[in-house]
Design a protein around this ligand. Structure first.
Ligand SMILES: [Mg+2]
Length: 124
């Protein structure tokens, strides 16, 4: 498969998760243009950087990931938002997919799974 590189915003209220995701994307030669720790920061970063992909945590303070995704899609209906979900958030994941998320990954994340799903989204 061709390797498409993209501009990515990583959204999670856990600094460790942001660091882990950023490390994976950097290894894959993607460009992490911004990080955000809640849904409001994510929306602002999206408007500023217009990334090819947003990875979106669900449970966060200030504004949750599903709400933030909906707001991002109002800014750009073609925005690609990948939900990063904890086990036990099935209802929120279904809600997110229903409202326009392009896919989801369950935590704990691993390199191969993230690489594969992100590549599928970016070539689409
Ligand atoms: Mg969280």
């Amino acid at each position: 498969m061709e390797n498409v590189m993209g501009k990515i915003i990583v959204v999670d209220d856990s600094m460790i998760m942001r660091r882990n995701l950023k490390q994976i994307f950097t290894n894959l030669d993607h460009d992490v243009v911004a990080e955000a720790a809640n849904g409001v920061e994510a929306l602002e970063a999206f408007k500023e950087f217009r990334p090819d992909l947003v990875t979106m945590d669900i449970t966060m303070p200030v504004m949750d990931g599903v709400t933030s995704m909906v707001e991002i899609l109002k800014v750009d209906p073609k925005a690609k938002v990948l939900m990063i979900s904890s086990i036990g958030q099935k209802d929120q994941v279904i809600d997110a997919l229903d409202k326009g998320a392009c896919n989801y990954i369950l935590k704990p994340i691993n390199y191969d799974k993230v690489a594969m799903v992100v590549q599928e989204i970016l070539v689409d």
